[in-house]
Write a protein that binds this ligand. Structure first.
Ligand code: ADP
Length: 848
């Protein structure tokens, strides 16, 4: 039976109410509260029954046929909601808005919140290490504006991006956005990609927020940004009914403030997950994260994904790590104190729009307890943080919250004795009830003479006097006991006196629960007033945690403080790839990377498996670590500040549409070549190998030439085309290095050591041998290789002619340089010694 085929007027009043509510939430699964259950009807019921593997039943709704229905008990609803939300459904929770006892007509009901993938606030779905973002995307034809918020922590950001689809998708993937709200002008290809290829929940929504939450965006002057924020807020506030009182005003993200890395770079360098298994384990963040709080872990990840470019800001973090390294006793004390701190950010989120319970408040209290101690340590360390210790709030929680509260807030046991007089009095009555039972039992035993008589209580029948079957005849009619329950071996009665007491005690119980609930709401309201200040405190704690974690790393992994230069110098002595070093069973071979201002490109040759890509990744990781404010895995590191990192290492995935691997490779190379500046870092691993040898080699060479001539940025370029190594003699900024291997009796050992100069052997057959290829196949490969090698010797003469052609462009460049130099000389002003020097320089230029 379909919902839209039913005539509403034929339905029972309750189902009519359901239909009205469902009309407002056609795209959500409506969980309609009926007593102790949430019920889903019609298609929603069928979907829930299929997805949650629950029985589909029916409900009498006034029609000849029963309406399809699926029910979930209210006390265990969370896992069911989570399951549906994970699968991409949106859930609207429709509650009873009044106590059924207080009304004679039908209970009022209404949707109190909508939960979707991006707006989960209190559940196991939230990863403690990651932010949980929902975003709005506005397409202004010349500009994309992305506004993204984590409502579990209360932060909201806005960023303007160039109108380039790859860049937009890269940003969305790097941020890990789970749900995106679009306007109906968004192009279908983009929607398809976000939904289909990346599993992001997408919905199209209007943008008509009135005056709510202006405080969140009144700091913005740009209308495009403002509109984007309002679009997201409309969805959150109007469609999903979220309370955003814990949100801090929007922060504008200026992409230029941070080192730019696209999603390929983040993935290739395995910054937050490994390439193969897509797991946090064995990623760089896994190695670095020694945080004691989840707020710290999220902060550290944020720093890693957004390395800085301002020297002062970077060095500020170095300075703090240095202080931590020196003050290791305070650092340990601080980390022990941080260990006591819970996820204050997310507790704040729950206060505003989640199911806050007394355990959360207890966690908050325990977190606040250590703040005075932390404040003192901040002072001892001379750090520039001013932290609020929230003494009043702590006192309140200490006095009010019961030490061992239940998860629910509607069963009492939330509030401590001594906090509220009325509550204490009611509890006295309840306690009196318990004493009363013992006294009453003794009294009855004496008056009736029935020794086995018992007075007890159960939830269904209330208080009772229990008499064993054998003694029932002793119950005198004059006692006016009424029979309550018959069991196999006893009878249970109630007496007028017991009935009276029961009413009083049960009343007290009910009143206690109501009062405790109201007191809890009062405390929650006080907390709400403190949310923004609490979030400031959380921010400081997360920074302290992230910094102390970096300090622990610097000691544990022997990292060194980098020096930053503005002269385009890279000077790394004994650098290491920290994750390979940590994970590998073999000893890690450290390597230098020296590029003075005149050297921009290292052309790396060496056999497969020798460590070329590890060396390249190592440099990028050292730079990222340095710019996120961390010490780095090396003995000495003098580094320039890099503006963008481009990588083309290993297999990469195609962001936009199904193109061939080679096409994707070329597109990535194009992104690097067109996007890089002289302050960028490019890592190209065997570029061009996806096509025919000469094709690939020519492309590789022209790309190298182009970078050297037009971009002049630091570049690591690994290649199997040994022919390219001759470029070192023609382009002064290119230097050959190789990874050495040791060959003995046909067996090869990789030394993983980077050395100057080129290598002219590939050892491909040796690697195939290591991989366990059949011997017959290997010796045939040897034969073929010998043949090709002798052939190539014969062609060497012709080859050198080709080379002349290939390097012609550089002869031109050399001429230009000579001409430029000559033009600058004013012979009349030269001393003889200067003239001699210049002559020497000109000669050098001409032979380079
Ligand atoms: P290539 O890019 O030359 O094919 P890789 O960089 O992938 O080689 O390295 C192959 C393996 O060698 C890596 O998985 C790593 O375990 C090991 N390796 C690389 N560099 C080093 C090093 N400097 N010290 C120790 N082991 C290394």
């Amino acid at each position: 039976m379909k919902r839209n085929e039913v005539n509403k007027n034929d339905l029972s009043p309750m189902m009519q109410q359901y239909m009205d509510i469902k009309d407002q939430y056609p795209n959500e699964l409506v969980f309609y509260r009926v007593g102790d259950f949430y019920e889903l009807f019609f298609e929603d019921g069928e979907t829930a029954s299929r997805e949650l593997e629950l029985t589909l039943t029916g409900k009498n709704a006034g029609l000849s046929e029963r309406v399809p229905m699926c029910g979930v008990p209210f006390h265990s609803v969370t896992p069911y909601i989570e399951k549906l939300v994970t699968k991409g459904f949106k859930v609207a929770i429709c509650e009873q808005l009044e106590n059924p006892k207080d009304t004679k007509s039908m209970v009022k009901r209404g949707v109190t919140q909508v939960i979707s993938k991006g707006t989960v606030v209190d559940s196991d779905l939230l990863s403690i290490h990651d932010n949980h973002y929902i975003a709005s995307l506005m397409d202004y034809n010349f500009l994309y504006v992305l506004c993204y918020a984590d409502i579990s922590t209360g932060s909201i950001f806005v960023i303007g991006l160039p109108h380039i689809k790859e860049k937009l998708i890269s940003e969305i993937l790097n941020l890990g956005i789970l749900e995106i709200i679009l306007q109906d002008n968004t192009d279908l290809e983009l929607i398809g990609l976000l939904k289909g290829a990346y599993g992001i929940d997408v919905s199209i929504e209007e943008n008509k927020l009135e005056d709510q939450y202006q405080n969140l965006y009144e700091n913005l002057s740009d209308e495009h940004f403002k509109n984007s924020v309002k679009h997201l807020l409309y969805y959150l506030v109007i469609r999903e009914l979220k309370d955003l009182s814990h949100m801090k005003p929007v922060e504008i993200v200026y992409p230029d403030d941070y080192l730019e890395m696209d999603v390929h770079t983040v993935r290739n360098l395995e910054l937050i997950e490994t390439l193969r298994l897509k797991e946090r384990n064995f990623s760089l963040i896994w190695l670095l994260d020694k945080c004691k709080t989840s707020m710290g872990s999220r902060k550290l990840k944020n720093w890693l994904m957004n390395p800085l470019k301002k020297k002062e800001l970077i060095e500020n973090r170095y300075n703090k790590i240095d202080i931590f390294n020196n003050e290791f006793i305070i650092k340990d004390r601080l980390r022990n104190a941080l260990y006591e701190v819970y996820d204050i950010e997310r507790i704040c989120g729950k206060v505003a729009c989640g199911n806050l319970n007394a355990r959360d408040l207890l966690q908050l209290k325990n977190s606040l307890k250590v703040l005075p101690e932390i404040k003192e340590m901040i002072h001892e360390l001379k750090f520039d943080y001013t932290i609020n210790t929230h003494n009043k709030l702590y006192e309140l929680l200490e006095q009010a919250i019961y030490e061992n509260p239940p998860i629910t807030i509607k069963e009492g046991y939330l509030i401590k004795e001594g906090y509220n007089k009325e509550l204490d009095e009611l509890k006295e009555i309840r306690k009196g009830g318990k004493n009363f039972i013992a006294d009453f039992e003794a009294k009855l035993k004496a008056s009736t003479g029935i020794k086995t008589l018992k007075v007890g209580y159960n939830k269904v029948f209330g208080y009772y006097i229990e008499i064993s079957k054998g003694q029932v005849k002793e119950v005198n009619k004059d006692l006016h006991w009424e029979r309550r329950q018959t069991l196999t071996n006893c009878e249970r009665y109630i007496s007028p006196e017991l009935k009276e007491k029961e009413a009083m005690i049960l009343n007290a119980e009910e009143k206690i629960i109501d009062l405790e609930y109201n007191l809890f709401l009062e405390i929650k309201a006080i907390m709400k007033e403190n949310l923004l200040e609490l979030k400031d405190t959380a921010e400081i704690l997360s920074e302290l945690d992230a910094l102390s974690s970096l300090s622990v790393c610097s000691e544990e992994y022997h990292f060194v403080r980098p020096t930053l230069n503005t002269e385009h110098i890279i000077e790394i002595k004994n650098g290491r790839h920290p994750v390979v070093e940590k994970v590998s069973n073999l000893e890690y071979v450290s390597n230098d990377c020296i590029m003075d201002p005149s050297i921009n490109t290292l052309l790396i040759t060496g056999p497969n498996m020798s460590g070329k890509s590890t060396y390249m990744r190592q440099l990028a990781i050292i730079i990222i670590l340095a710019q996120m404010g961390s010490f780095v895995p090396a003995e000495v590191a003098n580094l320039p500040i890099i503006d963008k990192i481009f990588t083309r290492i290993g297999a990469s995935d195609d962001l936009v549409s199904g193109e061939s691997t080679f096409m994707v490779e070329m597109k990535e190379a194009k992104n690097a070549i067109c996007g890089a500046t002289c302050d960028s870092l490019i890592l190209f691993d065997e570029l061009g190998r996806g096509t025919a040898t000469y094709d690939g080699m020519s492309l590789a060479q022209s790309i190298l030439e182009y970078i050297s001539k037009n971009i002049k940025c630091k570049t690591l370029f690994s290649t199997h085309y040994h022919e390219l190594t001759s470029l070192e003699h023609k382009i002064s900024s290119i230097k050959n290095v190789h990874v050495s291997a040791h060959e003995e009796n046909g067996t090869i050992t990789f030394l993983h050591k980077i050395k100057n100069g080129a290598i002219d052997k590939s050892y491909g057959i040796h690697v195939a041998k290591l991989a366990g290829m059949p011997t017959e196949l290997l010796s045939r490969a040897d034969e073929i290789l010998n043949y090709y090698e002798s052939e190539s010797k014969n062609k060497q003469k012709k080859g050198s002619e080709d080379n002349i052609q290939l390097t012609m462009a550089f002869e031109e460049e050399k001429k230009d340089n000579l001409k430029e130099k000559l033009e600058k000389i004013d012979p009349l002003r030269l001393t003889p010694i200067e003239a001699l020097n210049i002559l020497y320089e000109l000669k050098e230029l001409s032979i380079k």
